[in-house]
Design a protein around this ligand. Structure first.
Ligand code: SF4
Length: 419
């Protein structure tokens, strides 16, 4: 595995200031990227959905109304992710460079950087970086920092734009056809912070350079957040790097029985699949997706049923409660999983779980409930032997104590506490 870092390159112990940033990455003045070069790079979104950035840009450029805003989504509502905060803590100006390049490409006057208000260190760093650029009087878009509340669904792009448009940070009902998000009457491009940082690198080095690592469908690198080994480790690797190598790079000291990929709305993957690459093509055959680069490793003494129950209980609390199947269905799924975890009436709970997954799937305004169902189905598959034992009233010896995944105690925390 190459250890050539990119967006985390030039890392300092403190956030790089503008002079350090330009000394390492090159000057900001004159940064420019043609849409064709962006398309040639094959850059895909790093926020989870993996939509090609050029597709979003093309779609917006075809609209009659002007694009007013480029939004940097650094909300990182996924509890197992720490990549955006790590990137901000090292190279905040790389993110701002990318947003500036995209704003110039689209003719947008404003860049809005969104960082969850609870992530106080990242907020302070980004505030300082934006102020520093203001003092330099750089030409181009105006930068503004916004700090929405850091709920799980608040980072969903329609929720974020709704909040910026003076609404609540709740996902909006959208048709299955692509539609333009707007603030007021002006169109909005939303991309994840890491995606913006990659745009800045493509503008400097070109699409061939960008494609020199990664896979043909997912070029470049991915910042992964690895946990489950008693700490959180952030490593940048080329897309396609075997999961086993990523765990090794993160110094995970055991052979996991399973890993959770993509986040709390992601997929459990059994330990014998760890030679698969960290890219969506390699993971497609096992129904998984690398999402925003989250990997949680479960040691042999962990209990996948218990871990899934803990996650689903949290995800039920995080429902925005505006769609019935999500508001009522997720707590019911959590209750059934808790019964299964304890081995109390587990067979009935398991039957209800499977049925409820079918009735809730696809019935929310956003993908929140579908993520939960994907997680549950993958748990039933990956931990099939354990599930049978739990359903038969004989839960794993560690079911009562297994606590690998980190769960925020409260749904709307000003200061997150973790279990
Ligand atoms: S599906 Fe759930 S989280 Fe998504 S908008 Fe509806 S209630 Fe909110």
């Amino acid at each position: 595995m190459t250890t050539k870092f990119r967006v985390l390159d030039g890392a300092h112990d403190t956030p790089a200031d503008l002079a350090q940033h330009e000394a390492h990455f090159g000057p900001i003045r004159g940064l420019h990227l043609e849409p064709a070069e962006l398309k040639a790079s094959g850059l895909t979104g790093r926020g989870g959905a993996g939509v090609a950035t050029a597709l979003k840009v093309d779609f917006l450029r075809q609209q009659k109304r002007a694009v007013g805003y480029v939004v940097v989504n650094a909300m990182e509502g996924e509890p197992a992710a720490h990549k955006d905060r790590t990137l901000i803590s090292k190279n905040p100006h790389l993110i701002l460079d990318g947003a500036m390049v995209l704003a110039n490409m689209l003719g947008a006057d404003d860049v809005v950087v969104c960082v969850a208000r609870e992530h106080t260190s990242a907020v302070a760093t980004m505030k300082a970086a934006i102020a520093e650029r203001g003092r330099r009087r750089l030409q181009g878009p105006a930068f503004e920092l916004m700090t929405p509340p850091g709920r799980y669904v608040a980072g969903e792009e329609s929720a974020l734009v709704h909040w910026l448009d003076d609404g609540e940070a709740l996902p909006q009902y959208r048709s299955t056809r692509p539609s333009v998000l707007r603030i007021g009457r002006r169109g909005v491009l939303v991309d994840n912070a890491e995606t913006h940082a990659n745009v800045a690198l493509i503008a400097r080095h070109g699409s061939d350079w960008f494609r020199s690592v990664g896979t043909s469908r997912q070029p470049g690198t991915l910042i992964t957040t690895v946990s489950g080994h008693g700490r959180t480790t952030v490593v940048e690797v080329p897309y396609g790097t075997p999961i086993r190598d990523v765990l090794h790079a993160a110094s995970v000291p055991f052979d996991p029985v399973a890993v959770l990929l993509g986040g709390y709305g992601g997929t459990w993957l059994a330990g014998h699949h760890l030679d698969r690459g960290c890219d969506n093509e390699s993971l497609q055959g096992v129904g998984a997706n690398i999402g925003a680069g989250v990997i949680v490793a479960v040691a042999p003494q962990g209990c996948g049923v218990a871990e899934t129950a803990r996650i689903v209980e949290y995800m039920a609390r995080e429902s925005a409660r505006q769609c019935g199947p999500c508001a009522f269905g997720l707590p019911a799924l959590a209750a059934d999983l808790e019964l299964l975890r304890r081995g109390h009436d587990g067979a009935s709970a398991l039957a209800r779980l499977e049925e409820r997954c079918g009735t809730i799937e696809g019935r929310g305004a956003c993908r929140h409930p579908d993520g939960v169902i994907r997680l549950i189905r993958s748990a039933l598959r990956t931990f099939a032997d354990d599930v049978v034992r739990h359903a038969g009233g004989q839960p794993c010896p560690h079911a009562a104590t297994s606590a690998v995944v980190r769960i925020p105690h409260r749904s709307h925390p000003e200061t997150l506490e973790w279990a």
